[in-house]
Design a protein around this ligand. Structure first.
Ligand code: ATP
Ligand code: MG
Length: 455
């Protein structure tokens, strides 16, 4: 009897070992090691090569040109993809259960089928009837959209060969399996092998493939980390399940920037694009301005206005709590420390809660000033003088205000959304904007005084 060679692989950190162990020596997590059957040398010989030339070429002589892209006609999706779906690319889309992955890709499949030709939707999770029912609700029953409920990658490959569609969708990669491997669908070796097959198909036949992937309880991509290296683009779909809107962002993109986001709203007839997210985020501004202020931030090339709320309450026992939703906790701690030391607020006896309304996660330092103002206002129990005010600026450890990039764009957005006053770092040069009173402050203290004096 020939002995099957295998090795074990940690699903979390990628640690390799010839023997199974309960605990991974690499990341010290329990039960993360999974078996991978090693393919024999002969099996590699059958694989066609992915490269298109047989000898090295001078880079000047290699043909280039713009990527050939399909327009999904969903502007928010095009934006995140970097301008559309690049032919022959492999795109992974992940997100929590029920967030709307299948909805988004089915809507996209319909628009692609209408414009370019046949699209194959492979589902391992739902029957053809279930997909049809969803497609009817989304008005995605169109000519050229083919569905199949199948999980065997070898069978799927046969269908692809016969059909040669313009786009393939696989929902989800965790349900796929390959005959030759004995491990269960969803295991590291199955997922890796199936994605390898899909990669070969997409590159050789120049067909883009969308792969849906599950996430773990911690919100990370389920399966081996190597998956992210194998694909061209990783998209993540997120949002508060209790609220209707969803945010799509690119975690990796070989064909575009990863700083753009796409904003959608989940409705009865599917995901609706939100082309003016600021209006949506400001839709339900808090009625009291105590501890609440609007800040501006950049998401990719788009300026965005969002409301920040802070609540400071006396600590009852022990250590003060710091809870941040939508803001980096380290950033919050830094601002609290500056408020305490430089502004004399005794915040070490207060629990502080911060929330960015609408579930958006703020990156960068644009919101520092707004955050400090909101905490200060809640601590003092004072209303911010006007609701038509926004604050933008980075706070340094010396309590000085530092300039931020793209300020003019943010100010134009603020004027468009009807704000009348904007507090910014005084060192920044800005253009005149009609209807907007732009006030510069050197440091945090001046900015806080402006807010109290303003009306
Ligand atoms: N009839 C309906 N009206 C409005 N919204 C609906 C309706 N049916 C489903 N939804 C919304 O669609 C969501 C499910 O979408 P979808 O099946 O695309 O999610 P998914 O991310 O693919 O989930 P899974 O991980 O289970 O495959 C539900 O959570 C709900 O918000
Ligand atoms: Mg689904």
């Amino acid at each position: 009897m020939t002995k099957i060679k295998s090795k074990f692989f940690c699903a979390k950190c990628g640690y390799e070992t010839p023997k199974w162990m309960g605990r991974c020596p690499g990341c010290e997590e329990w039960n993360t090691l999974e078996e991978e059957i090693l393919a024999s040398k002969n099996s590699f010989k059958r694989l066609p090569t992915l490269v298109s030339s047989t000898k090295p070429q001078a880079i000047e002589s290699v043909g280039s040109g713009a990527f050939d892209r399909y327009n999904t006609q969903i502007e928010e999706l095009n934006r995140v993809l970097g301008g559309g779906i690049v032919r022959g690319s492999l795109i992974l889309i992940s997100g929590e259960p029920g967030i709307g992955k299948s909805t988004l890709i089915l809507q996209m499949a319909a628009t692609i089928a209408k414009q370019y030709g046949e699209v194959l939707y492979v589902s391992g999770e739902e029957s053809e009837e279930q997909i049809k029912m969803r497609a009817e609700r989304l008005r995605a029953v169109v000519d050229g959209l083919f569905v199949i409920s199948e999980t065997n990658i070898n069978v799927i490959e046969k269908f692809i060969d016969e059909m040669m569609p313009v786009l393939i969708i696989v929902d989800s990669v965790q349900t796929l399996y390959k005959d030759d491997l004995s491990s269960a669908p969803g295991s590291v070796s199955q997922v890796k092998e199936c994605v390898n097959n899909l990669m070969r198909i997409s590159k050789l036949k120049n067909i883009p493939i969308f792969i849906v992937a599950h996430v773990t309880k911690q919100g990370e991509l389920a399966g081996p980390r190597v998956l992210e290296h194998m694909v061209d683009t990783v998209l993540h779909f997120e949002g508060e399940r209790t609220q209707e809107f969803r945010i799509l962002r690119a975690l990796k993109n070989r064909f575009g920037t990863t700083s753009e986001i796409g904003v959608f709203e989940m409705e009865q007839e599917g995901l609706v694009e939100i082309s003016n997210p600021s209006a949506m985020f400001l839709d339900s501004l808090a009625t009291s301005s105590e501890g609440s202020i609007v800040v501006a931030t950049m998401e990719g090339t788009r300026p965005l206005l969002v409301e920040i709320q802070a609540l400071a309450v006396p600590t009852i026992v022990g250590f003060p709590r710091r809870t941040a939703v939508g803001v980096d906790l380290n950033r919050l701690n830094l601002i609290i420390a500056v408020l305490e030391k430089k502004m004399g607020l005794p915040l070490s006896n207060y629990d502080i809660y911060v929330n960015v309304v609408g579930g958006l996660k703020l990156e960068g330092t644009c919101a520092d000033l707004g955050l400090a103002i909101a905490i200060h206002s809640s601590f003092r129990g004072e209303q911010i003088a006007t609701k038509k005010l926004i604050a933008v600026g980075e706070i340094s450890l010396t309590a000085d205000l530092r300039p931020v990039a793209h300020l003019n764009k943010m100010l134009r957005e603020a004027a468009k959304m009807g704000f009348s006053t904007c507090i910014i770092p005084s060192k920044t040069k800005t253009e005149e904007i009609k209807g907007l009173n732009i006030r510069g402050a050197d440091n945090l203290e001046t900015a806080l005084n402006m807010i109290l004096a303003d009306d």
